[in-house]
Every structure is written in structure tokens, then in C-alpha cells.
Design a protein. Structure first.
Length: 399
């Protein structure tokens, strides 16, 4: 008997499979705008100088490789809470926050999904339409039911705020609603601070449970500005899940560093939630890895390093904004007929171009330019060297 005969071939990941195809492409002028990593203008994903310094300090002071606690370093938890919420709000919620150091933001999301399935009365999670390609799998894997709410107008390639508000007002009490805290992936279409305040008010009135995916803090408008939505929800008194990722803003992609924060109503709830959160983690990966978290902890816990890191994040954010402006200008200069000015309004690394799957395929097959089939591009992958060829390819495709 062939014991694995029943195992079927899984479909390729819609994003990571493009990276494999890109690597196999022999065209020396190939361009990868699919994978979600920041690159500098030379096309390199840099190691931040503050990260290099933090690693030097960690190596110099290392004395043990023993396990971290199940939920990670308590200092890491406190520092990431402050980065997320600000010191005043964090202090006002003393005794109401449970934090777990997780393997990336993805790990935080999956721990939240498992916790929700096991411990809450709801079985329904709402995702924006569209959303990050991995969200559906993360929340459906534990057996949660997935539904979607309106968010984006594919005709105008902008946030459809009226449809979004109408949709979230109809979500039943107790259901979990996943919201992108900033730099919406894949559209780049974000809520304004006033809109965030309105959404937090609606959540309070309707009594659904918000889960904020906070993967790009600092890449939109600024470290504190990008946290406006998270902080608006933290002030409501609702139960709240926040999944933080430090892949992008610390450049720690391969180190898998994240955090899951759960805000509760009181210390008794926190005690019970913390106990179940530990059990969820213990039966998954048991304890978090230490190295990447140690880097983040070292930087956040040192004022001089933190100030330097803020400058590094601002430089990455500035590059993303500049690339957006340059891309729109280049498309216009080569005579592309379609108006792409909406790209300058969007935030973060990702944008919907409005290209169809057929057009995305044509870019790949005819020009060795790799974008996701739904038309999403990582604008951070555009450099001064590849921009002219990219603009000409769009001209050939769109006229």
C-alpha cells in the first residue's frame, strides 16, 4: 500500500510561486514587483544600521540559549505595546493587555485564529474585499467561517467608503472583523483618521470584535500617525486583537518577529485570556524564537537607537512615496493613456494597478515583469534602473 496516495498536489501560493518563476527567468532585465519586501534603489533589501548595532550588542552580551517564556520576553511585550499604543494609552490599559511574542505577524494572526476558534462563541471572521492573500487560509484553517465586507471600488481604484460603512454596520454582534491598520494590502487605500474614528464608533455600537492587522507601521504617514486606527479602537472598551509585524519596519523578514496583543475589559479577563493564550501557543510552537525579538527589544529599549531607527523608517517611507511619484510621472511621460494618478494617493508598499489577470500574465510572459495576478504591485520594487523599462512595458500593454 502506498500510504501517501491520498495526498493531492496543493495549489501553488499565488505570490511566492511568482518569486520561484522570477528566479528561473533567464532574462537579465527581469523585474520582480510581486513579493512584499522593501528594497533600496539598488534593488537590495538592506539590513538597517540599527539592526547591525543591536545584533553586535546581543552577541557581545549573550550568555545563554535557553528557552524564552511561552509568551516571550516581558520587556519585549511592554516595549511593543508602547510602540503600538503610545505610552499614555498603554499605561491607561495597565492590567488589561496580554501580549505574546510571535513568529512574525503571520504567527500572531494564526495564534489569534486558534484562540478565537477555541475560546470565543463566534465562528465567523470578516475580511475586506480584497485582502491579503494569506488571510483566508490563516483564519479558515482552524475551522472559522470566512465572510467578506465591501472595501474597494475596482472601477475608480479607490476606497469605497460608503459601501464599506454600510457593510460593517450590518455585521452581527460578536463576529470578528479583520481590519488593516495602515497601508492596506493589497490596495494601498487607507482610512483617514476621522474615518477610523467613525469605524471605531460603529464597532462599539454594533459590538463586533475588531482584529487589527498592523504589519506596516511607519510605512504610511509615520510611526504614530499609522497607529491612529489601532489607538482609536483601544479607547473603545471593546475586546481587541492586534497582530504586529516587524518584518518591514525593522527589515527582519527572515527572523520572523511579531507580537499579538489582546486587550480585555479588566484584570480578571486578562488572567483568563493569558492562560488560554499560553495553552494555544504551547500546543503550536511552544516558545518563540529569541534572536529577532532581541533585536527589536534592544532598539526600542535604547533612546539613541530608537531615534536612529525612526530616521531609518522615515527614509524607507520617503523612498516609497518618491517611487510612487516617479512611476506616475514616467507612465505619463511615455504616453500611457490610462490615468495612474491614484497611485500617489495610496500608502505603503502595495498598490492595485487595475490590470487584469490577462494583462499581468502578458507582463510576465512578454516583458519578464512579475506582478500578482490580481494586479497588485510592490512599488518598493521599482528602482531608477528598472523604471524606464517598466514604463515602456506598461505603454506596450495599455497604449
Amino acid at each position: 500500500m502506498a500510504h501517501f496516495d491520498s495526498v493531492s498536489l496543493a495549489p501553488a501560493d499565488p505570490i511566492l510561486s511568482l518569486t520561484e518563476a522570477f528566479k528561473a527567468d533567464s532574462n537579465p532585465e527581469k523585474i520582480n514587483l510581486s513579493v512584499g519586501v522593501f528594497v533600496d534603489d539598488s534593488g537590495i533589501t538592506p539590513i538597517l544600521p540599527t539592526v547591525i548595532e543591536a545584533e553586535r550588542r546581543l552577541a557581545a552580551n549573550a550568555s545563554s540559549k535557553s528557552y524564552l517564556p511561552i509568551t516571550g520576553s516581558p520587556l519585549y511585550g511592554s516595549l511593543t505595546q508602547e510602540l503600538c499604543l503610545g505610552s499614555d494609552l498603554k499605561n491607561s490599559l495597565d492590567g488589561q493587555i496580554t501580549t505574546a511574542q510571535t513568529p512574525g505577524g503571520t504567527g500572531g494572526l494564526r495564534v489569534a485564529a486558534d484562540f478565537i476558534k477555541k475560546n470565543l462563541s463566534t465562528n465567523t471572521v470578516w475580511l475586506s474585499n480584497p485582502t491579503w492573500a494569506n488571510h483566508k487560509g490563516i483564519f479558515s484553517s482552524p475551522g472559522l467561517e470566512i465572510k467578506s465586507y465591501a472595501y474597494f471600488d475596482k472601477a475608480s481604484l479607490r476606497l469605497d467608503y460608503a459601501a464599506f460603512i454600510e457593510a460593517i454596520k450590518a455585521i452581527p454582534a460578536g463576529d470578528v472583523v479583520v481590519l488593516h491598520a495602515c497601508c492596506h494590502n493589497p490596495t494601498g487605500a487607507d482610512l483617514s483618521p476621522a474615518q477610523w474614528d467613525e469605524v471605531a464608533t460603529i464597532a462599539t455600537e454594533k459590538n463586533w470584535i475588531p482584529l487589527l492587522d498592523f504589519a506596516y507601521q511607519g510605512f504610511g504617514a509615520g510611526i504614530d500617525s499609522d497607529a491612529h486606527g489601532v489607538r482609536a479602537f483601544a479607547k473603545t472598551g471593546l475586546p481587541l486583537f492586534i497582530a504586529q509585524s516587524f518584518s518591514k519596519n525593522f527589515g527582519l523578514y527572515q527572523d520572523r518577529v511579531g507580537a499579538l496583543h489582546i486587550i480585555t475589559a479588566n484584570a480578571d479577563e486578562t488572567k483568563r485570556v493569558a492562560s488560554q493564550l499560553k495553552l494555544t501557543i504551547r500546543t503550536n510552537y511552544s516558545n518563540p524564537p529569541a534572536h529577532g525579538g532581541g533585536i527589536v527589544q534592544t532598539i526600542l529599549n535604547d533612546q539613541e537607537l530608537y531615534t536612529r531607527w525612526e530616521i531609518e523608517v522615515a527614509q524607507m517611507r520617503s523612498r516609497i512615496h518618491e517611487v510612487r511619484d516617479n512611476f506616475v510621472a514616467a507612465l505619463s511621460s511615455v504616453g500611457v493613456s490610462r490615468d495612474f494618478s491614484f497611485l500617489k494617493e495610496q500608502k505603503g508598499m502595495f498598490s492595485f494597478t487595475g490590470l487584469s489577470q490577462e494583462q499581468a500574465t502578458a507582463l510576465r510572459e512578454d516583458h519578464s515583469i512579475y506582478i500578482v495576478n490580481d494586479g497588485r504591485i510592490n512599488v518598493a520594487g521599482i528602482t531608477a534602473d528598472n523604471l524606464p523599462r517598466l514604463a515602456q512595458a506598461f505603454k506596450a500593454l495599455l497604449g
